[in-house]
Ligand binder design. Structure first.
Ligand SMILES: NC(=O)c1ccc[n+]([C@@H]2O[C@H](COP(=O)([O-])OP(=O)(O)OC[C@H]3O[C@@H](n4cnc5c(N)ncnc54)[C@H](O)[C@@H]3O)[C@@H](O)[C@H]2O)c1
Length: 428
């Protein structure tokens, strides 16, 4: 069997490798020529994916990357893993899906399966994508070609999360579409979870991410309330999670980050308006989580104040630029928001992140592009008035940080168990 996977990013690349490993021939399609060149040369551009894993499949001719969408005619199935961001008005931007649909539609043939994996609002697959595919191909979904939605459940940075072992939800446009999608995914994924429609599958993915967003907001709110009462929320979470039923631990932080949790819930908010429905939990969670960087910066202000200093004129080092531990992904990272807020208040800001040696240009924070991570040594660390831990990478030596830095604002409980001087560590 030969399939195409469109969009070779954090989702599409590991999925491609999993299919190749399972004996399915994979044509990877992307619009970024640098990625195509890198993959065909057996080089990875994602930290947690080994170059050797790519090179092995390229050499065995089980995986090839290309920008030539006319090669869709070679494959039995196309899986779409392109970005689904929000636009500047925080509304869904499904233009990547639509553009992909337009690129592949002229090359569709009878019997082909098209699956969308990008997180999106219910009805994207059976309305928006279907219209583009049918208009560009003069074929009919459900009659001439199969159409399905199957959300990605990638957990970047988690070494125990293997694509093959994560159950895969699938919804088809028709029962026959579902059967076809099950037979394709069944080659690479152990457990399939069929649902009644593309919309039910789309709604499932949004529910999973909204669940996280709301629970993170709850624990962020408790962090602020308990801190005012002199209670450490981290200690409380550790104790609460000993309950063997009915509790699941979520952890506070400096704000939401990444490509999913800060964004996806608002896909539902937007779609719900069409049905005159409100999404109050989603909005409230968004409000609380968005307020976190401000809270953290205020804590940094208190920490400086205790040293008779102000944010204005201080040197602040952010430790951790990636949005979560042990990954190199800085998309939507709250570290940027912290840097902006600190700079606006007159601080001189720098960062340390072993996985982000230099800041790439981004649409949201173009002014930080080109800044380099500082080096990790005593002299450098000691030169900052305050160090703010935004991400807890396992490879960072927090004991050294405790020895070298006079004041640390810790949003991740990274300094737990490390001896500290009175007033040195400020949880935030
Ligand atoms: N990263 C995650 O952990 C994760 C987890 C679950 C779901 N998702 C969802 O999966 C989708 C993809 O996310 P990602 O993190 O892989 O994004 P990404 O930005 O890492 O990768 C997307 C890729 O698509 C390519 N692309 C863009 N437009 C294209 C087009 N018209 N044709 C072909 N290729 C195109 C880009 O060049 C890029 O290589 C999103 O909807 C996201 O919400 C991501």
């Amino acid at each position: 069997m030969k399939i195409a996977i469109v969009g070779l990013g954090y989702v599409g690349l590991p999925l491609s490798l999993q299919f190749a490993r399972s004996g399915v021939n994979v044509l990877g399609l992307d619009v970024d020529p640098a990625k195509i060149e890198s993959l065909n040369a057996g080089r990875s551009y994602i930290k947690h994916i080994e170059s050797s894993a790519i090179a092995e499949h390229v050499k065995a001719k089980m995986f090839e990357a290309s920008a030539d969408f006319s090669r869709i005619k070679e494959v039995e199935a196309v899986i779409i893993c392109v970005p689904t961001p929000l636009n500047k008005n925080r509304e869904p931007d499904i233009s990547f899906i639509i553009n992909t649909g337009k690129s592949i539609a002229p090359h569709l043939h009878k019997g082909i399966l098209i699956v969308l994996e990008s997180t999106t609002y219910p009805a994207t697959t059976d309305e928006d994508l279907r219209y583009v595919l049918e208009a560009g191909s003069s074929l009919k979904a459900g009659a001439d070609f199969h159409l399905a939605f199957s959300p990605e459940r990638e957990d970047p940075g988690n070494p125990n999360s293997k694509v093959a072992a994560i159950p895969k939800v699938i919804g088809g446009y028709t029962p026959a579409c579902l059967e076809r999608a099950k037979s394709v995914y069944g080659k690479a994924i152990k457990t399939l979870v069929p649902v009644s429609s593309c919309r039910a599958a789309e709604a499932t993915k949004l529910f999973e991410n909204i669940f996280r967003s709301v629970n993170i907001a709850l624990v962020n709110e408790l962090k602020v309330v308990y801190s005012a009462m002199g209670i450490d929320v981290w200690e409380v979470i550790e104790a609460a999670k000993t309950k063997p039923f009915g509790f699941m631990a979520f952890y506070p932080g400096p704000g939401l980050g990444g490509h999913c949790i800060p964004i996806d819930p608002f896909y539902l908010t937007w779609k719900a308006r069409e049905y005159v429905q409100n999404t109050r939990f989603i909005e409230l969670a968004g409000e609380i989580n968005t307020a976190m960087p401000e809270y953290v910066v205020n804590r940094a202000g208190e920490a400086l104040n205790a040293q008779r200093k102000s944010i204005n004129g201080s040197k602040v080092l952010i430790v951790g630029l990636a949005y979560k531990a042990d990954v190199d992904d800085d998309r939507e990272s709250p570290s940027y928001v912290l840097m902006n807020l600190l700079q606006q208040r007159g601080a001189t800001v720098a960062y340390y992140d072993p996985y982000v040696p230099v800041i790439r240009p981004t649409r949201e924070h173009p002014h930080w592009a080109g800044m380099k991570s500082v080096s990790w040594d005593k002299e450098t660390l000691a030169s900052y008035d305050v160090v703010l831990i935004a991400t807890k990478h396992a490879s960072v030596n927090y004991r050294e940080l405790g020895d070298w830095s006079r004041c640390i604002v810790d949003t991740r409980n990274a300094m737990a168990g490390i001896p500290a001087k009175a007033g040195q560590i400020w949880k935030a």
